[in-house]
Design a protein around this ligand. Structure first.
Ligand SMILES: Nc1ncnc2c1ncn2[C@@H]1O[C@H](COP(=O)(O)OP(=O)(O)O)[C@@H](O)[C@H]1O
Ligand SMILES: Cc1cn([C@H]2C[C@H](O)[C@@H](COP(=O)(O)O)O2)c(=O)[nH]c1=O
Ligand SMILES: [Zn+2]
Length: 275
């Protein structure tokens, strides 16, 4: 049986063509106070080749497995700059897991309000329903313990925004025997480690670092350049604020932005009305 445990969700207005249904997700027993609509997904027109389906060891049901048994979960980490295809890869892997008969759910941070809170959406418009929450520790309660127990695979998008990522991955993979697939930014716009994403590398079965295309020269982009002069670490935005760049253009961009900032600062100091 293929199941997607999804939040209460209005009928999907997917950006996928609706002519070729690929999966019917029947939903597991309903936790109290949560209503799940059944829905039909349509096959997305994938812009890139389907990534390999990783093999998943057959295991006993979570409910039947005592907590003291040997750890049987998995942690897979997908990182890279913005526009590298992290959400696309997560979506493909979740689809593959679901097609393999595993029960899946996807979480994203409720800080990311770019496309609403009810789905993860890629930069080219593919969507999957998700749970938008503030802390991963609230997920079990939010979804309901019964539904949580039935889950085989949990996808996490925008992982850089979850402070409790490490504890959640430990608990979910080591004790609850689930597969966790985590997608997030490894670095912020200053190329500093972002949130707890790098902290979970020691927990991981696999780590995939993706690259985008440099917006300025088309080479491989490893970094995210912020185009505005805002300096807070967390700043939700898309192509209007950020662009993926190669190393050369990251360094050049920082120089240009730094120069522009000092010009603005000196203008402010000279201007009586601005000061
Ligand atoms: N400069 C770029 N390099 C690569 N992909 C880009 C770029 N700009 C836009 N895209 C689009 O973004 C898609 C990836 O989106 P998404 O999976 O949401 O990335 P991420 O989650 O890493 O930000 C690509 O398939 C492509 O269509
Ligand atoms: C580099 C950088 C990014 N962010 C924000 C901007 C977006 O809302 C997300 C990343 O989304 P994507 O799925 O990877 O495209 O993170 C930020 O807050 N701070 C940063 O330095
Ligand atoms: Zn470049």
């Amino acid at each position: 049986m293929k199941s997607l445990i999804s939040p209460p969700f209005s009928p999907l207005s997917l950006h996928f063509p609706k002519t070729k249904p690929f999966a019917f997700f029947s939903l597991p027993s309903k936790p109290p106070n949560v209503s799940y609509p059944k829905f039909l997904h349509a096959k997305p027109s994938m812009p890139s080749p389907r990534p390999p389906i990783f093999s998943i060891p057959i295991r006993q049901s979570h409910i039947e497995t005592p907590q003291s048994s040997s750890p049987c979960g998995e942690v897979h980490v997908i990182v890279g700059p913005m526009f590298a295809g992290k959400t696309t890869t997560l979506l493909h892997r979740i689809q593959a897991e679901s097609n393999n008969g595993r029960t899946v759910a996807v979480i994203k941070s409720n800080k990311d309000t770019r496309y609403g809170l009810d789905s993860i959406v890629t930069h080219d418009g593919m969507k999957l329903p998700c749970w938008a929450i503030a802390n991963l520790s609230s997920f079990r309660q939010k979804i309901g313990p019964d539904a949580y127990d039935q889950l085989d695979v949990i996808g996490i998008d925008e992982a850089q925004f979850f402070e409790d990522l490490y504890d959640f991955c430990c608990e979910t993979a080591d004790h609850d025997c689930k597969t966790v697939i985590v997608a997030g930014l490894d670095g912020d716009y200053l190329r500093r480690s972002f949130g707890s994403v790098l902290n979970i590398i020691p927990l991981a079965n696999s780590v995939t670092k993706l690259t985008a295309r440099c917006e300025l020269c088309g080479k491989q982009a490893f970094f995210t350049l912020r185009k505005t002069d805002e300096t807070e670490t967390e700043l939700i935005g898309g192509a209007e604020v950020y662009m993926p760049v190669c190393r050369q253009h990251y360094v050049d961009g920082q120089v240009v932005i730094g120069a522009a900032r000092s010009v603005l600062e000196s203008k402010k100091l000279q201007c009586g009305t601005c000061a």
